[in-house]
Design a protein around this ligand. Structure first.
Ligand SMILES: Cc1cc2nc3c(=O)[nH]c(=O)nc-3n(C[C@H](O)[C@H](O)[C@H](O)COP(=O)(O)O)c2cc1C
Length: 175
């Protein structure tokens, strides 16, 4: 069976200044069935070409949202993309079936260590709990959420562990 056409929406406010997100994007960029799409670079003025984005979504089977964890959520650049692209009649509501049956996978990195995410930790909630709005978004739009790939402790991860994580990411997208 051919590999599923995979759209990786890379959502970092400044990929040139990124260590983790940039390293992960580089790990999958050359895969034939993968389209890597840096939305901050594509739309520096924030004016998103909605028809183009919707066409990209229609043309792929697996959608990846790859982003650094910012203020317990997706970065503003991804929130803005979601707000503008997942429109009524396309992603939900009457006739809004374009995303039905697609897979949605989140790939994110957080500065906090794993043990800080949970009832006893200083971030109070697990990442799964904090991701509830995205889980609800996947449900509303008919996408199947895949297990997120998360790197905790992003500020202190060694080059070796980052390389291992990048390898895991590549293996996930290239089964
Ligand atoms: C504006 C901003 C908000 C952030 N908010 C969080 C947060 O809520 N929780 C957390 O664990 N890390 C937070 N971080 C740390 C980032 O998740 C971390 O720097 C990022 O995953 C590293 O990836 P990068 O090298 O691609 O930027 C934040 C960083 C920035 C710049």
């Amino acid at each position: 069976m051919p590999s599923p056409r995979t759209l990786v929406v890379v959502a970092h406010p400044d990929l040139a200044a990124s260590r983790v997100t940039a390293r992960l994007a580089d790990a999958i960029r050359d895969l034939d069935h993968v389209t890597v799409h840096d939305i901050a670079a594509a739309y520096p003025d924030g004016r998103i070409d909605i028809a183009h984005e919707q066409r990209l979504l229609r043309d792929h089977d697996v959608i990846v949202w790859q982003f650094p964890w910012h203020w317990y959520s997706v970065p503003g650049v991804l929130k803005s993309w979601i707000d503008q692209v997942l429109t009524h009649g396309f992603a939900y509501g009457s006739g809004g079936t374009a995303l039905h049956g697609k897979t949605l996978r989140l790939v994110t990195s957080a500065g906090g260590p794993a043990e800080s995410y949970g009832a006893g930790g200083h971030n109070r909630f697990t990442l799964t709990e904090l991701l509830a709005p995205i889980d609800a978004t996947a449900h509303l739009t008919g996408m199947r959420p895949a297990e997120p790939l998360v790197l905790f402790g992003a500020h202190t991860v060694s080059d070796e562990d980052l390389a291992l994580h990048a390898k895991r990411y590549r293996e996930l997208l290239a089964p």
